[in-house]
Design a protein around this ligand. Structure first.
Ligand SMILES: Nc1ncnc2c1ncn2[C@@H]1O[C@H](COP(=O)(O)OP(=O)(O)OP(=O)(O)O)[C@@H](O)[C@H]1O
Ligand SMILES: [Mg+2]
Length: 366
């Protein structure tokens, strides 16, 4: 990577082949533009998990900002959407390495370093080192202002993804990363509060940190009308299926079932299980009390797939045989080999084994 240094601002070029890879990522990898939000929220969640992990031995890192959270701020006047976290942040060199090198994953390095020390109690989502660039599906310019935990200086990384990015000193009062997307003219729908709510609940409802959305409300009437902004938590921030069975009540299972299926009735039975060992996954599956009205013609199966609490797909056909198509619920995997866009499962031995090995230990509590 070449770097030209000016007194304040440095301009770096992406490597030549990287430039091609970048346009491939932006133009071909993802089929839905909206997944940029899932990717940036997942990165922020990883950054928060890394901080939480480091703070076990360095509690002073939390001093300037005790909250571990995400904040999403649409700005209609500027046409920008900012995704901010109070996580580990990045130093100057980490910004250059992690965001200037495609397919370089700081998160994968973090996990490898832990594994070498024999620790593996952190679950990170990132592994491929490409998710960040999905921001360019909807933005023509991205600014990243980051201050690493324990550092006093902050840095701004900026790029229009046309071959170069810049890095310069910046102001940031507290630890963490703020990513500002300058939305393309035809992507302004991502400033809309209801659109953002829908995407957060669809993809990131169970991410384990609060996701706060800045909302604007009109108060008063006539001459005294004014606008007020407030931060509202949008996601559930807790995945029921990840809690130990002993801590979940029947009412919570029933409520979760209704939330998941929009059924007005309680489920007939459910099974909540965890598989450990060569494969790790958690499942919470429900049998509805009433057969769906279209059971005989129904082709789609009803189990949702999550990987590390991030929603991947509805009605994952590969996990449920056709005859169990009335079953509803979730499967959450730690080790499923997703392809790089997280949109498809790779046909693999893991998936086949999972389908074959499912066990039913149903307790009927109708
Ligand atoms: N909000 C953030 N805070 C701190 N570091 C971040 C943040 N966003 C990205 N990074 C760093 O940049 C790297 C690249 O992010 P990117 O999403 O492209 O890849 P990844 O998360 O490692 O893998 P994946 O492609 O599976 O998402 C991350 O591994 C992480 O080190
Ligand atoms: Mg990522």
């Amino acid at each position: 990577m070449s770097a030209e240094t000016h007194p304040q601002r440095e301009t770096h070029s992406f490597q030549a082949e990287i430039q091609q890879l970048l346009s491939l990522v932006i133009n071909s990898l993802y089929s839905h533009q909206e997944i940029f939000l899932r990717e940036l929220v997942s990165n922020a969640s990883d950054a928060l998990d890394k901080l939480r992990f480091r703070a076990i031995t360095e509690p002073e890192l939390l001093k300037d900002e005790p909250a571990l959270e995400l904040r999403i701020t649409p700005d209609a006047d500027k046409g920008t959407l900012t995704i901010e976290d109070t996580g580990v942040g990045m130093t100057h060199d980490e910004l250059v390495k992690n965001l200037g090198t495609i397919a370089h994953s700081g998160s994968r390095e973090f996990l490898q370093a832990l594994a070498q020390k024999g620790q593996k109690d952190v679950q990170l989502i990132g592994q491929f080192g490409v998710g960040f660039y999905s921001a360019y599906l909807v933005a023509d310019r991205v600014d990243v202002v980051s201050r690493a935990a324990g550092e006093t200086t902050a840095w701004r990384w900026a790029s229009e993804a046309h071959g170069t990015f810049t890095v310069e000193p910046a102001e940031k009062a507290t630890r963490g990363t703020a990513i500002t997307l300058h939305l393309k003219a035809d992507q302004k729908e991502f400033l809309d509060e209801w659109k953002l709510r829908q995407l957060i609940t669809q993809y990131s409802d169970y991410v384990g940190h609060p996701i706060k959305l800045q909302v604007t409300r009109h108060v008063g009437s006539g001459d005294t009308q004014a606008t007020e902004t407030a931060l509202e938590v949008v996601n559930k921030a807790s995945a029921l299926w990840q809690r130990p069975k002993s801590e979940v009540t029947d009412e919570q299972y029933q409520e979760f079932y209704k939330h998941l299926t929009h059924d007005y009735d309680h489920p007939l039975a459910w099974t909540h299980f965890k598989a450990d060992g060569t494969q790790q996954f958690t499942g919470l599956l429900f049998v509805p009390k009433h057969p769906p009205f279209d059971l005989n013609s129904q082709q789609q199966r009803g189990v949702r797939l999550f990987v590390k609490r991030v929603f991947i797909m509805d009605r994952c056909e590969d996990l449920v045989p056709q005859w169990l198509r009335f079953v509803r619920g979730v499967i959450d995997s730690d080790d499923l080999p997703l392809n790089v866009s997280r949109e498809m499962l790779q046909d693999s031995a893991v998936v086949r084994a999972r389908r074959a090995s499912r066990r039913w230990r149903t307790t009927s509590r109708a």
